[in-house]
Ligand binder design. Structure first.
Ligand code: ZN
Length: 238
């Protein structure tokens, strides 16, 4: 069977995944069936796979407007699946498509995705989805949007206020619910958008899988460590 043609109005998101990951597939299907969803998830095994699969998959990815990587323990475990998912990510990156990595909240999946453009975590079930973060993902797009700078006024305080406001300007995506982030590990430095709630603490970078955080969180952690060390030193003296 030849992969079916996709019309310009249809916005297919190719889903790189392990076919054993039933929970993840159900979750995405429910998200992208929410009223107003702008996307149609494409699961290759469901579309009628046709050997040679590399050619068929490249055709699907050439028609897709984005790629979702559905991380799961099954994906990380199976060498065959790891190879195909890497192939799909590479093909999407070559086309400059948005690559959304979705990891289960239930646990870390040891599978780095170089080329990631968006990273979020998902709950086990999507059954209770209403007006939530995931509804935004379903309805909006992945384009970057810069915060508008504030024009400074005439007085000193107006100028100072605008200066500090503009220092905090960010680039956002998905209706403002993802913020541009750069991995702090010097051997990685990958830049991508992260679901805002993850930026309040350390998390595992989806590109290198090492711990990372915003400069502010890293500073807080360092200060906390110093305070703990000082408290321990004082206790040992007493
Ligand atoms: Zn990294």
């Amino acid at each position: 069977m030849i992969p079916r043609a996709v019309s310009a109005l249809d916005r297919p998101l190719f889903v790189a995944h392990a076919s054993d990951d039933v929970e993840g597939q159900l979750f995405l299907t429910q998200v992208f069936h929410l009223p107003g969803s702008a996307w149609r998830p494409v699961f290759y095994p469901v579309e009628g796979p046709q050997a040679p699969h590399a050619n068929s998959i490249l055709k699907y990815i050439s028609e897709a407007v984005g790629l979702v990587v559905l991380l799961s323990p099954a994906l990380a475990k199976q060498p065959w699946t790891r190879s195909w998912v890497s192939f799909e990510v590479g093909a999407a990156a070559q086309r400059n498509l948005p690559i959304l990595v979705v990891e289960p909240l239930s646990g870390f999946v040891d599978f780095p995705v170089p080329g990631v453009t968006h990273y979020a975590r998902r709950p086990a079930k999507a059954t209770a989805l209403g007006e939530t973060f995931w509804a935004k993902v379903a309805r909006t797009n992945f384009h970057p949007v810069e915060d508008e700078p504030l024009e400074p006024g005439e007085g000193f305080w107006d100028k100072a206020g605008a200066f500090f406001y503009n220092l905090g300007l960010k680039t956002r995506s998905v209706d403002g619910s993802f913020t541009r982030f750069r991995c702090s590990n010097s051997s990685c430095l990958a830049s991508y958008f992260v679901e805002d709630s993850l930026l309040h603490s350390t998390f595992q970078c989806p590109s290198c899988r090492h711990e990372t955080a915003t400069p502010m969180i890293e500073l807080q952690n360092d200060l906390m460590k110093l305070a703990n060390e000082a408290a321990k030193a004082r206790q040992s003296r007493e």
